[in-house]
Design a protein around this ligand. Sequence first.
Ligand code: ZN
Ligand code: ZN
Length: 262
Amino acid sequence: VIDSHCHLADPAFATDLEAVIRRARAAGVEQALIVLEAGDGLQASQARQIALAWPTAGFAIGVHPHQAHLFADRPGRAADLVREQMMTTPDTWAVGEIGLDYHYDVSPRDAQRAVFREQVRLARDLGRPVVIHTREADQDTLAILTEEGHGRLSGVFHCFAGSAQLARAGLDLGFYLSAAGIATFPKATDLRATLANVPPDRLLTETDSPFLAPVPHRGKRNEPAWVARVVDALAALHGVSADQMAARTAENFRAVFAPASR
Ligand SMILES: [Zn+2]
Ligand SMILES: [Zn+2]
């Protein structure tokens, strides 16, 4: 199984990082993509520990929409920062997480759009996939990916919790959809119906840990070992065994993050 999106460099894991990684590996998590916030020195140093303790893990680096306000005057600086940090961080496979969050609106929307656009351009120039965070911003997210991607951009809608229409549009763009613990929540019946209709060769699995722990761990600090609960949920939706879904989603992960992840 694969955890295609986790924040292991978050301070929430500072005191027991090695135990968390040990549990993940013991639970059969073969690979993980660790998401780093560009310019965060504490995360960068924790990332060096992760790289030593988990050699098959890789990294994504980006400016999250919540941080876009820091670059409101010079959005190009966000992409420059990500580029610089990608150069100096081994095993960086993707630009992310980047996108738009109109639910929390932590940053002004025009700053979010400008910073997102610059980073999509960077990913396209580098030939790297993008990890997309989008919330209540479907139209603008799709517009920027379409305008800047020129059909040469690949990537993932992480923690997918959107509508069937957004799923369709994402698949039409050639993107993958990553399911998280939300898919196990009792009330998420619409989301499960949407995920049941996504072709299995476009699905990924993630924890988004330390957030969004799946049932039966809900409310606790999430960790990569628990991604198996998400695999189980997708397997049930698609009428296949957990092993089959694990193999399928692992293959998809390597397809989207290849060749960097091999
Ligand atoms: Zn996110
Ligand atoms: Zn995240």
